[in-house]
Design a protein around this ligand. Structure first.
Ligand SMILES: Cc1cc2nc3c(=O)[nH]c(=O)nc-3n(C[C@H](O)[C@H](O)[C@H](O)COP(=O)(O)OP(=O)(O)OC[C@H]3O[C@@H](n4cnc5c(N)ncnc54)[C@H](O)[C@@H]3O)c2cc1C
Length: 468
């Protein structure tokens, strides 16, 4: 039987020291998961470190987008998080072991290579595939931190549905495909969208640029840059500078979305591997081999040019095949026989039904919707974790199973409810939700904690346990 994510993770935590691995893959975007599928099918029993908070989220950048229309095999398109769920299920089905932690350091000075994780585990491996992708850039404005998640966001797709942005003027900074996609997407929620572009033209594909320029709900500010942000509790305005005249002006907006490119996640490898001047990993031209024997790179971390899901997946395949050849050539691989030639199907993910008077239960550990929230808030004497999500929010996708795991570990001593802020707008507004995912912990009708964004499971568990 194919190991599940749970069995893989626990099996690894038990021994104080991990056995020497054939192949460790760092990163769970399209590159990492594709490498894992190939390596697992080659009976190498790869260990994949998914990442958690450092350099993105499990599933990578496609978790922050809606419709992926250009990935072959999905003629009607597929949601980014759904695509990544499928990649993960395929990798696990063929025997990939997953560790849901960050790699916090690597030692590439000698073989076997070592990786230290955010759980303080030390993993030794014969070979490595680096697939850590790239992270969204920030502007670092003087008052950026004051309004981060209070009007400023790096993910329109995740936060656009937030009540505070509805029917308000919003701004997007950037001139590439992401900026254009986000500007068009935000016209669904805002009253008007301003696209702030540093130069005189858009760098986006012609089709994407045309969609922006033809949209009367979008105004493009050419040759403009954001100098700072202002507001009280929430963002209210931007100071813009006209780069040709030097003139300053104020633009009243309630939302500012960054879409200004990415930086490769290579800080772990600085001074250990050859990187290019922008920090991307240098590989042999058109191949996955890095400057070190047995270390391969795949996806956006080594690709400043193409940066697509399918190119990342393709290079993940190359890296796994190259690693397999390298391990065999040096007689280093210890292959693991599978129980069955055809692993069991991965199955369809279960969705929680929205609770109503018919299906609500006081005892269920996880329910969905306003009805369940109201009943549990007033009637339950257990700590209650409420996660506010939006339909296209990839980070929500990552956090929900983590919360469910916490509740399982607590064995019924606490409960959880999911609120879709698109469906239950009034509740989201009353709760003061400024972005998704947000988690609130209630006990005896009192709000005890609020967390914004993806956090480690232990934080939620400790907060709940302190109330028991
Ligand atoms: C908004 C948006 C929309 C897009 N739309 C499309 C599209 O429609 N079609 C398309 O083909 N492409 C699209 N792309 C581009 C595509 O998402 C990327 O090219 C692709 O995800 C790159 O894959 P990757 O595996 O190299 O890296 P990423 O997807 O960036 O994944 C990197 C992984 O590494 C992990 N990681 C980082 N640091 C560490 C660490 N220290 N320890 C452990 N793990 C770590 C992260 O958690 C993440 O899982 C889009 C990108 C964005 C931002």
């Amino acid at each position: 039987m194919a190991p599940t994510e749970e069995s893989g993770a626990h099996a690894l935590r038990d021994p104080a020291h991990h056995p020497l691995q054939n192949l460790v893959i760092i990163g769970s975007g399209p590159a990492g998961y594709t490498a894992a599928i190939y390596a697992a099918r080659a009976n190498l029993s790869p260990l994949l470190i998914t990442g958690f908070q450092k350099g993105g989220i499990p599933g990578g950048q496609l978790m922050t987008t809606t419709h992926v229309e250009n990935y072959p095999g999905f003629p009607d398109g597929i949601l980014g998080p759904d695509l990544m769920d499928r990649c993960k299920a395929q990798a696990v089905r063929w025997g990939t072991k997953l560790l849901e932690v960050d790699a916090i350091s690597v030692d590439l000075s000698h073989r076997p290579y070592t990786i230290t994780t955010s759980d303080s585990e030390i993993i030794r491996t014969q070979s490595l595939i680096l697939a850590t992708g790239a992270s969204a850039n920030r502007l670092h404005l003087p008052h950026e931190d004051d309004f981060w998640s209070r009007g400023i966001s790096a993910c329109a797709i995740c936060d656009g549905a937030t009540p505070q942005f509805r029917q308000e003027s919003l701004a997007v900074v950037g001139g590439g495909d992401s900026a254009c996609e986000e500007a068009v997407y935000l016209t669904k929620y805002g009253s008007h969208v301003h696209l702030i572009v540093r130069s005189e033209k858009l760098r986006a594909s012609a089709a994407m640029a045309d969609r922006v320029l033809a949209n009367s709900a979008i105004t493009v500010h050419w040759n403009a840059e954001v100098l700072d942000v202002q507001g009280t509790d929430w963002l209210e305005a931007l100071t813009l500078r006209d780069r040709s005249s030097g003139g300053l002006n104020q633009l009243a907006v309630k939302g500012l979305f960054y879409a200004i490119g990415h930086t490769p996640n290579t800080d772990l490898f600085q001074d250990q591997l050859q990187l290019d001047s922008k920090g991307y990993i240098l590989t042999r031209p058109g191949r996955p081999e890095t400057s070190l024997e047995g270390v391969f790179a795949a996806g956006d971390v080594a690709d400043a040019e193409w940066r697509q899901g399918i190119t990342a997946a393709g290079s993940g395949c190359q890296a796994a095949l190259a690693a397999e050849r390298w391990l065999s050539h040096h007689d280093l691989a210890v292959t693991v026989a599978r129980d069955s030639i055809d692993p069991e199907p991965s199955g369809t993910p279960m969705r929680t039904a929205t609770s109503d008077a018919d299906n609500y239960s006081q005892d269920l550990s996880w329910q969905k919707g306003a009805y369940a929230l109201r009943r549990l808030y007033h009637e339950s004497n257990k700590p209650l974790l409420v996660i506010y999500t939006s339909p296209t929010c990839g980070p929500c996708h990552v956090l929900k199973p983590q919360l469910k795991r916490v509740l399982n570990e607590l064995d019924g001593k606490a409960q959880g409810v999911e609120i879709d802020i698109d469906v239950d707008q009034e509740i989201a507004a009353q709760a003061g939700i400024t972005g998704t995912p947000t988690v609130q912990l209630f006990f005896n009708k009192e709000l005890k904690n609020t967390w914004r964004g993806v956090k480690q499971r232990t934080e939620f568990r400790q907060a709940v346990e302190s109330l028991l």
